[in-house]
Design a protein around this ligand. Structure first.
Ligand code: NOJ
Length: 836
């Protein structure tokens, strides 16, 4: 705040200038002897602040007015004296942390006003304690680019194996740093900041790929090191920049051990699509625990490790995305038996080192059929772990970077539903970035949720069967942070409020809670991979603590339905519900207009509700009337501009299944059933297909989690229930496979002539092959077909559908290739089993 002394000097300066001006005027008009009285220019009125200076326990919104007609107002919030170069006032200023506003009025024909100033001390009440959780759906994941988070071990900054790739300025002086070099963040650094993460309520961390990466600057490609971790050379080792110069697992194990002790799960980013750049850096070098297997140019064997196709040019082409090269990165052929086994062994090695799941990179661009078998390999993994894993089967999610308008969106829905691979909710992401970053309408979010969760008749894949398994986010390492897209701090907090109360498993990108951003080049890569320089308490951290406490405490947020209750462009009111647990959330993002709300209904019981985050976001209370039951009216209210209100009711807890992890597996595989109200002693878990119901063997029973072994049902779409004390949960969907899956290549030497809109599907006599279904969703496919005339067209059509090892589907049951048109042309399929 400006001192009285500074202000006095400034006023003296103004008076002196006026005196000099009067003197000059007197000189100019001198000589006539008729002296005119000096002209005094009036001063603009001092701006008025709508809120008095003082101490407050809730957010404030300060409007500034000035009584001088036509006056423009300029203000600062950083202690600087306002000038006409300061921010021009237009809408009320949200005050979330202790702030001093200084304002100046400027009007034509007036001297500038005196500066008005007020300090607002904001002491928001502390958030409730965050209860321990059993399942990641009850919490949120925090995404970390390891190199950019914290340098916990300076001895690995410039390792001898890969020297001179480090820039020491990154964390201290990013303006002078090379953003494409390593900055020094490492696994030890994450470990040293676990208490910060724990205090915020982080339930899991997703760390950038920690595997051993190329050791040189890929200058010929784009002058970039592999600080991001996506240019793997050896999937079996930990990179020397993140761990130590023997590429050992020591730092990794220490991090996992410490994270688990703090109740924080560890998810590893695993780039199974590719190794590293072609014709640059190490030219696709691939090592197996230190032993060189191949490079891209020496990959000339009869069964190549890589595809040798051009870059993907058409992301709408089923064949290209799976078999072509992603952005110049050597494209692993997962159907090569060695590669298949190598990648799965690497995944299993991470499980053996205690990880709680994976973020699979670029699952759109990996062979889809192989990914069914990858998910299944994880489901069937039963090895021991050191450090120990957190309870529950691994949670896996993959990156399918498309929006709902993209050609392969229906494939993403089908892929996720039938493979069991959860997807990052990119479709919703684009809308979140638009709405909170650039001010688009809330209808954009609402429409997208409707499409994803309930489907559309205009596309073949109807809807995600488990929307609460989608992994939601509004920022990540591949797109400009929303602050670089236009969001201010309040918009970031509104995005956080939405994310942590929306359906799905939320991922918060590191640094958003510290308002980290850099606008160079619009904040695109690498300027969205900022050095984390502050680990302090902010109003966003406090908000996150409130929302983490809510997610952990109320199963409606982790597992419930999501229903829109009231909407316009700037206001979104939605309800989360599981049984009688109800959470109603109201966001008004309008910068200046409070919104009158009438006609709002809720399943909250009649009564009065205060704002759960105690006005941390300027929320208000409401009154619900009507008779007990559903759809009760809310008394008309006025939703403050730029506010978030959350009203909560904790209801009766009956057995309810929140999710089954994984949601696709074969008999004998262990699945974790998460939910609420299971009771303290073991009840019953039943799996049903058609008229057959079998009870599962269960273990590790607690009120919100149990492990069940899939019973020996014939494969197909199943439902699962939990029964406790004669009360049975509603049925949750599950897919039973015939047995463990192996990838199999089908090769076709000739096909009927196809129109460009035709696709080929495959069907067979087991559930994995569609049980002879000939629908888009039921059959396998579309089979990938290289573009006509492509220089790289293989001599056969290929696809790697999942297939049961115990059935003979691969050799005897492939009856036909079918078009999607109603005319089905039986076609003998010369299936070739490439490997068992
Ligand atoms: C997607 C990742 O998110 C991105 O950061 C990476 O560069 C590419 N996949 C290639 O691995």
């Amino acid at each position: 705040m400006m001192s009285a002394g500074r202000r006095l000097i400034r006023f003296m300066g103004v008076s002196l200038m006026l005196a000099v001006a009067a003197l000059l005027a007197g000189c100019g008009s001198g000589g006539s002897g008729n002296s005119t009285p000096p002209v005094t220019t009036p001063q603009a009125a001092t701006p008025m602040l709508s809120v008095s200076a003082g101490t407050y326990t809730a957010l404030q919104s300060v409007a500034i007015t000035d009584s001088t007609s036509g006056a423009a107002i300029y203000y600062t919030t950083n202690g600087a004296v306002p000038t006409t170069s300061s921010a021009a006032y237009s809408v009320p200023i949200p005050i979330a942390t202790t702030t001093t506003i200084e304002a100046l009025a400027v009007a034509s024909g007036y001297t500038n006003s005196s500066v008005s100033s007020a300090t607002y001390t904001i002491n928001l009440p502390a958030a409730p304690a965050i209860a321990p959780i059993a399942d990641i759906h009850q919490g949120f994941i925090y995404q970390i680019v390891t190199d950019r988070f914290f340098d916990g071990d300076t001895t690995n900054d410039n390792p001898s194996e890969s020297p001179n790739l480090h820039n020491p300025n990154g964390f201290t002086n990013p303006a002078d740093a090379d953003w494409n070099l390593y900055w020094g963040g490492d696994l030890a650094g994450i470990q040293q900041k676990l208490s910060y993460l724990k205090s915020m309520g982080v339930a899991g961390i997703w760390i950038s790929p920690p595997m051993n990466n190329i050791r040189v600057n890929a200058a010929a490609s784009n002058g970039e090191t592999s600080y991001h971790g996506y240019w793997t050379r050896d999937f079996m080792q930990i990179d020397e920049h993140f761990g130590d110069d023997t590429n050992s697992w020591t730092a990794f194990d220490a991090l996992v051990t410490a994270a688990h002790a703090d109740g924080i799960r560890v998810y590893v980013d695993f780039p199974a699509n590719d190794s590293n750049p072609i014709n640059a850096g190490e030219n696709g070098s691939l090592y197996d625990n230190g032993i060189l297997i191949t490079t891209y140019s020496t990959d000339t064997g009869i069964t190549p490790y890589y595809h040798h196709n051009p870059n993907i040019s058409n992301y709408n082409d089923h064949y290209q995305v799976q078999y072509y090269t992603l952005e110049g990165l050597a494209d692993l052929d997962q159907t090569n038996p060695w590669v298949d086994s190598y990648l799965k062994s690497a995944v299993e090695q991470f499980l053996a080192h205690g990880v709680d799941g994976f973020r699979f990179d670029a699952v759109l661009e990996v062979n889809w059929g192989w990914e069914y078998s990858l998910e299944n390999a994880i489901a069937n993994w039963s090895g021991s772990s050191s450090p120990a894993r957190m309870p529950g089967q691994p949670f896996i999610f993959g990156e399918w970077n498309e929006g709902s308008g993209d050609a392969l969106y229906p494939d993403s829905v089908k892929f996720s539903n039938s493979s069991g691979m959860n997807l990052l909710d990119y479709t919703l992401y684009w809308q979140l970035a638009n709405v909170f970053g650039t001010g688009a309408s809330f209808y954009d979010i609402d429409n997208e949720l409707t499409l994803e969760d309930t489907g559309s008749s205009s596309i073949p894949a109807q809807a995600f069967t488990q929307p609460n398994d989608l992994v939601t986010f509004f920022d990540n390492h591949d797109n400009p942070r929303i602050m670089s897209q236009g969001a201010d701090r309040m918009a970031v907090k509104q995005a956080i409020s939405f994310l942590l109360t929306c359906r799905g498993v939320p991922v918060l990108y590191y640094g958003d809670e510290q308002y980290l951003f850099n606008d160079t080049n619009g904040g695109v890569v690498p300027y969205n991979r900022n050095g984390m320089t502050s680990f302090g308490s902010t109003d966003a951290v406090l908000l996150i603590q409130y929302l983490a406490a809510l997610r952990a405490a109320n199963p409606a947020v982790a597992y419930g339905t999501m229903t829109q209750r009231w909407i316009n462009n700037d206001v979104y009111i939605y309800e989360r519900q599981l049984g009688t647990n109800v959470v109603l959330v109201a966001i008004n993002k309008n910068p200046s207009t409070d919104q009158s709300i009438s006609g709002l209904y809720t399943d909250l019981e009649p009564g009065s509700y205060t704002d759960y985050p105690a006005q941390t976001m300027g929320g208000i209370g409401i009154t619900v009337t009507g008779t007990a039951g559903s759809n009760n009216p809310v008394t008309n209210l006025k939703l403050p501009h730029r506010s978030v209100s959350i009203w909560v009711s904790a209801g009766i807890v009956l057995p309810s299944i929140g999710n089954i992890t994984p949601r696709v597996a074969n008999p004998g595989a262990a699945v974790t059933i998460n939910g609420t109200g299971f009771g303290a002693t073991a009840g019953t878990v039943n799996f049903t297909i058609g008229s057959t119901t079998l009870s599962a063997t269960v273990t590790n029973w607690s009120n919100g989690q149990t492990t069940a072994f899939v019973p020996a049902l014939t494969a197909g779409s199943a439902t699962v229930t939990v029964t406790q004390d004669t009360v049975t949960s509603s049925a949750a969907p599950f897919t039973v496979n015939t047995s463990a899956l192996i990838p199999v290549n089908f090769s076709v030497s000739s096909t009927p002539a196809l129109a460009s809109t035709d696709v080929i599907m495959l069907t067979g006599n087991v559930a994995e092959l569609g049980n002879w279904a000939t629908t888009w969703n039921g059959a396998i496919g579309p089979v990938t077909i290289p573009a006509t005339g492509s220089a790289h067209k293989p001599s056969r059509y290929r696809r790697e559908p999942r297939c049961s090892s115990s059935s003979s589907c691969c050799t005897t049951t492939n009856r036909s290739l079918r078009r999607t048109s109603s005319t089905v042309t039986p076609f003998p399929l010369p299936a070739r089993v490439q490997r068992p």
